[in-house]
Write a protein that binds this ligand. Structure first.
Ligand SMILES: Nc1ncnc2c1ncn2[C@@H]1O[C@H](COP(=O)(O)OP(=O)(O)O)[C@@H](O)[C@H]1O
Ligand SMILES: [Mg+2]
Length: 305
């Protein structure tokens, strides 16, 4: 890439670097039309904790929140970060995706409502070293109703996470697809928000509402919350459509959009069935590489230690 282009952040989109990773056409690096960086392999941490807490949030379903929580979590764990993933969706897809049984076991719901269990009794180890999970199941759908009558109902998750923060470098909260009380709890507990955005036509619909919600939480409950980034997912470099959507996202959100883009690939459903992250299931697959790059980019941006 020429030096002139590096300096030109307003680079013409049609001239954008669309370098394909070797052997794969479904993952594109530098597709956001900005210069492509090689993010350095992060140095190991000398000490651990307290965690930076990041919500993966988008009220639209099926945009890659859970997939990103699993694979970004596993990638960060691979770089020696101690990671806790919180399943905060009653569908329990994060727990299932990491192969964690939730039936008849205590879950995050039990920590939100009641003192019967300690976080240590709820947190489980996954098959991935350094990656733990606080699972959820359908019980969590009742939390919405029960939390309404609680004192400081928006701060319940924050209080739970304070007890475990010292043990981790990063806590990733996989939010449910709504902007209800659970998501507001997640945002209130978080230092940052990462918004996965599917590269399809209606992607931008609803993002304004999401940003408004984050602004309200910042105003009323959590002044320190930051937008850590927008991660484009399910990008298909072969379609003009995908590229146009990505351009619009970059036009709208500029540097908030991570340079790393996650391509569309059938490997994700395969990995979900296997109950392991793609970074373990197919570590050399372009999508695994993309999530490792997203992990390095977030470390470089200071979103993760
Ligand atoms: N990059 C991708 N390419 C192809 N399929 C994907 C990709 N990311 C996620 N998926 C699939 O899309 C579906 C929705 O993803 P998921 O992470 O569950 O979204 P959310 O948590 O936002 O509802 C899942 O079946 C998942 O396997
Ligand atoms: Mg999900």
């Amino acid at each position: 890439m020429g030096a002139g282009r590096n300096e030109d952040t307003g680079v013409k989109r049609e001239k954008a670097d669309r370098t394909l990773l070797p052997g794969f056409e479904d993952v594109v690096v530098g597709a956001t039309g900005r210069p492509k960086h090689e993010f350095d392999e992060p140095a190991p941490l000398a000490s651990h904790g307290p965690a930076r807490i990041i919500s993966l949030c988008n009220q639209k379903g099926g945009v890659g929140k859970t997939t990103t929580t699993i694979n970004l979590g596993a990638a960060l764990a691979g770089y020696g970060r101690r990671v806790l993933a919180i399943d905060f969706d009653p569908q329990g897809a994060l727990s299932a995706g990491l192969g964690i049984p939730t039936h008849d076991l205590p879950t995050v719901y039990d920590l939100l409502l009641g003192n019967k269990y300690t976080p240590a009794e709820v947190i489980q180890k996954t098959a991935v070293e350094n990656l733990d999970i606080m699972p959820a199941n359908i019980d969590l759908s009742a939390a919405e109703v029960h939390l309404v009558n609680e004192v400081a109902r928006e701060q319940i998750l924050a209080r739970v996470l304070r007890k475990v923060s010292a043990d981790y470098d990063v806590i990733l909260i996989d939010c449910q697809p709504s902007l209800g009380i659970l998501t507001v709890n997640a945002l209130t507990a978080s230092h940052g928000v990462l918004i996965p955005l599917e590269c399809e036509f209606f992607a931008l619909r609803g993002v304004a509402l999401l940003i408004e919600t984050i602004d309200k939480v910042r105003d009323r409950l959590n002044p320190a919350i930051e937008l850590d980034g927008i991660l484009a997912t399910m990008f298909d470099s072969r379609t003009l459509h995908s590229r146009e959507v990505l351009e619009r996202v970059v036009d709208a959100f500029g540097d908030s959009v991570l340079e790393t883009v996650i391509g569309r690939t059938v490997k994700f459903p395969d990995a979900s069935v296997a109950g392991v992250p793609i970074t373990e299931f197919a570590p050399e697959h372009a999508a695994a590489k993309a999530y490792r790059q997203a992990a390095r980019e977030l470390i470089q941006r200071g979103a993760v230690a």
